[in-house]
Design a protein around this ligand. Structure first.
Ligand SMILES: *Cc1c(COP(=O)(O)O)cnc(C)c1O
Length: 375
């Protein structure tokens, strides 16, 4: 067999959790016997209701990935004109706005939530603004109550990129937490994964129906097309995989919590390393372990990254550079770094350390010793 050690002998930012292989094979046998591979099959429907139950939300619509889900959310809510969003996110957030023929307007972030700073949103609202799309970063929530209050005041829709935020909100939370729609990503790198996948969270039945039509080409009946839909469906194999993942996701999050605590134990109090605190109104999912390297640290974030790579350890600079600096967006007036001082500063300092349930506390100690040895 080809030597694949290049791919696998590394500690990367994350490695996915997988279901038990024999359990998955059993589910595959069912799929093979019934030959129903996609289009609202039994596994798809079961995962939708299992997730609604797990998350404590009224309506879930599954997707093939989070990006198509987000694009469909904008379409479902008929978002047009300008959309206020964050530069401190994965490119998909902003691309989804662009793919819906809207103009992204970048707003600076808060140094506490790493998401949109509500005080900075209001000055950016114009007669063309129709929506706000914040992103919950690292599994920390945005200031959702203030954002909803602003949206209500100005008649705007709120769509959350909640790709990092699986399971963090109390059950039965309403619009002041989920906005009009929230998007979850179940990509292989996320805390809960279905290989590729995603979902929209909604509060009302009509919205769910509209989204379900849109993700299936807008088809509402054999001879009825109700909108300019897309193909965003989750297939049966990913849904079956997801149902098994859901059985042990809590256990995986607990393992991550231990590793998070070990990082904090080793790195807290070290001059030049800032570690964000965990708040108390949500349930952290320990999806990422970001540190911020300040000028008090002996070396720059680039040097820390290089040093770790010499030991085959690969963290990631999430999110550097800011998406507002991408060539396709940087000429927008709102992309000017002088208008985004907090995001620009944090982006230049952040480094996410490896975190996944397959790591041991010994691995964490090893990673920390390399960081603290930098000089
Ligand atoms: C992963 C991610 C996405 C994209 O989700 P996919 O399921 O990969 O399409 C969007 N936004 C953020 C913040 C992400 O981390």
């Amino acid at each position: 067999m080809t030597d694949l050690s290049f791919y696998f002998d590394k500690i990367t930012i994350t490695k996915p959790d997988l279901p038990e292989l024999d359990q998955f094979v059993e589910q595959l046998k069912i799929i093979w016997d019934n030959k129903w591979l996609t289009n609202n099959g039994p596994f798809h429907d079961k995962l939708e209701s299992a997730l609604a139950e797990y998350l404590g939300v009224p309506y879930v619509s599954l997707f093939c990935n989070g990006t198509i889900a987000l694009q469909t959310a904008l379409k479902a809510l008929k978002i047009s004109g300008e959309v206020i969003t964050t530069p401190f996110t994965f490119p998909a957030t902003v691309h989804s706005i662009f793919w819906n023929q809207c103009e992204p307007v970048f707003c600076d972030i808060s140094p506490e939530s790493f998401s949109l700073d509500p005080d900075r949103i209001e000055p950016l609202i114009t007669s063309k603004t129709t929506a706000i799309i914040p992103c919950h970063v690292y599994g920390k929530p945005s200031d959702t109550k203030s954002i909803q209050a602003l949206a209500d005041k100005f008649g705007l829709k709120v769509i959350y990129d909640a790709a990092h935020a699986f399971g963090i909100f109390p059950k039965q939370s309403g619009k002041d937490v989920w906005g009009d729609i929230s998007m979850l990503s179940f990509h292989a790198t996320k805390v809960f994964n279905t290989i590729e996948g995603g979902a929209l969270i909604m509060h009302d039945k009509a919205q769910k129906e509209r989204v379900d039509y849109l993700k299936n080409f807008g088809i509402a009946g054999e001879e009825l097309i109700v909108g300019e839909g897309i193909n965003g469906k989750m297939n049966e194999i990913c849904a079956a995989f997801g149902l098994l993942q859901l059985l042990h996701v809590d256990e995986q999050i607990q393992k991550r919590q231990l590793l998070d605590a070990r990082y904090r134990h080793n790195l807290e109090g070290i001059k030049g390393i800032d570690i964000p605190q965990i708040g108390n109104w949500y349930k952290p999912n320990f999806s990422y372990f970001p540190i911020f390297i300040t000028d008090d640290f002996p070396v720059s974030v680039e040097k820390v990254q290089k040093r770790l790579a010499q030991f085959n350890i690969y963290g990631r600079r999430y999110f550097y550079p800011l998406v507002s600096q991408a060539p396709c967006y940087r000429t927008l007036p709102s992309a000017n770094p002088a208008l985004l001082p907090v995001a620009t500063e944090l982006s230049s300092r952040v480094f996410c350390l490896p975190l996944y349930s397959g790591l041991s506390t010994t691995d964490i100690d090893y990673i920390c010793s390399i960081i603290t040895g930098c000089n």
